[in-house]
Design a protein. Structure first.
Ligand code: PBG
Ligand code: ZN
Length: 324
């Protein structure tokens, strides 16, 4: 069928027709909101490069979580900024650590809220890298053990889902085995399977105080130029027992999201990272773009590319818009 028999504009004439045939939609139930937990009491400090996003103390998170719930957002991912950092990142698996306390607080006050935890060491190491250093290089196999210990400590504190973001080889298998040995065989793993060494993480590192003190993360995070490698990474994580796969960042990697969607049948998450958020906020503040519409368009593109779950700093704003 060609013009003039087929006129695509017929179905675009008004909003009722457009919404009748809309192929993709967003739902608050599939958004995940990141929370940055800091020591202290009554802390709610805006991250300078992420307007609207705050570092908060444990006593404030129930308030935050209740607000999310009223908006229909039922999942958070936790990042902790510990009081002290050390060479081994030992704060990461402290049963009384910052994230562990935050999990218990949330599970006490709002048991239905889904609590996801980021499993990594960079916020806990004094050098800011995601694992143990041996001669200034992150040593893969010694790091695995501490990651597994960290995931286990989150499970013990009551987390619902653990999400390793370190990009060490073999970490999904190691975490799965440790969880299983400790009777947490029902704890799912959402693997940051395809995580690129990205400049889009800049504002996050302000929020999480996790900038590497020397060098960069290119020896463990993926090269932005590669997409076949993304399939190999994802295949490994599937074989090691991942329950959900993740691609990160999102907008600059929509092709990767689409490829993983085609190749794998596991649920797929995408992380719309701090830099993606900051760029929209900055251009909006300058009056250069309509921030709300650009937010919607970006989130829709991630969904359209094939993501089921979106981790986003826009979760509240988007959910508010969905309620209108
Ligand atoms: C920790 C981690 C990072 C992000 C999530 N988990 C930072 C990094 O790898 O440097 C980035 C999230 C964001 O930018 O919003 N490994
Ligand atoms: Zn890390």
């Amino acid at each position: 069928m060609v013009y003039p028999e087929y006129r695509p504009r017929r179905m675009r004439r008004n909003e009722a027709l457009r919404s009748l045939i809309r192929e993709t939609s967003l739902s608050a139930a599939q958004l995940v909101y990141p929370l940055f937990i800091v020591p202290g009491k009554k802390v709610k400090k805006e991250v300078s490069s992420m307007p609207g996003v705050h570092q908060i103390s444990v006593d404030q998170i129930a308030i935050e979580a209740k607000e999310l719930q009223t908006l229909g957002v039922n999942a958070v991912i936790l990042f902790g900024i510990p009081e002290k950092k050390d060479g081994l990142g030992s704060g990461a698996h402290d049963q009384d650590g910052i994230v562990q306390r935050a999990i218990r607080e949330l599970k006490n006050k709002i048991p239905e809220l889904l609590v996801i935890t980021d499993v990594c060491l960079c916020e806990y190491t004094d050098h800011g890298h995601c694992g143990f250093l041996v001669n200034d290089e992150v040593d893969n196999d010694t790091t695995l053990e501490i990651l597994a210990k960290t995931a286990l400590s989150h499970a013990k504190a009551g987390a619902d889902l653990v999400a390793p973001s370190d990009m060490m080889d073999g970490r999904v298998a190691e975490i799965r085995a440790t969880l299983d040995e400790n009777n947490f065989e029902m704890m799912p793993i959402m693997s940051y399977a395809v995580k690129y060494a990205s400049a889009y993480y800049g504002p996050f590192r302000d929020a999480a105080e996790s900038t590497p003190q020397f060098g960069d993360r290119r020896a463990y995070q993926m090269d932005p130029a590669n997409s076949r490698e993304a399939l190999r990474e994802a295949t490994l994580d599937v074989d090691e027992g991942a329950d959900v796969l993740m691609v990160k960042p999102a907008l600059a990697y929509l092709d990767i999201i689409a490829r993983l969607r085609d190749e794998f049948d596991l649920p797929l998450a995408a992380y719309q990272v701090s830099g993606e958020y900051a760029m929209i906020k900055a251009a909006e503040a300058k009056g250069w773009i309509d921030g709300e519409r650009v937010m919607q368009e970006a989130l829709l593109s991630i969904k359209r590319a094939g993501a089921d779950i979106i981790i986003t700093y826009f979760a509240k704003e988007m959910a508010r818009l969905l309620m209108k």
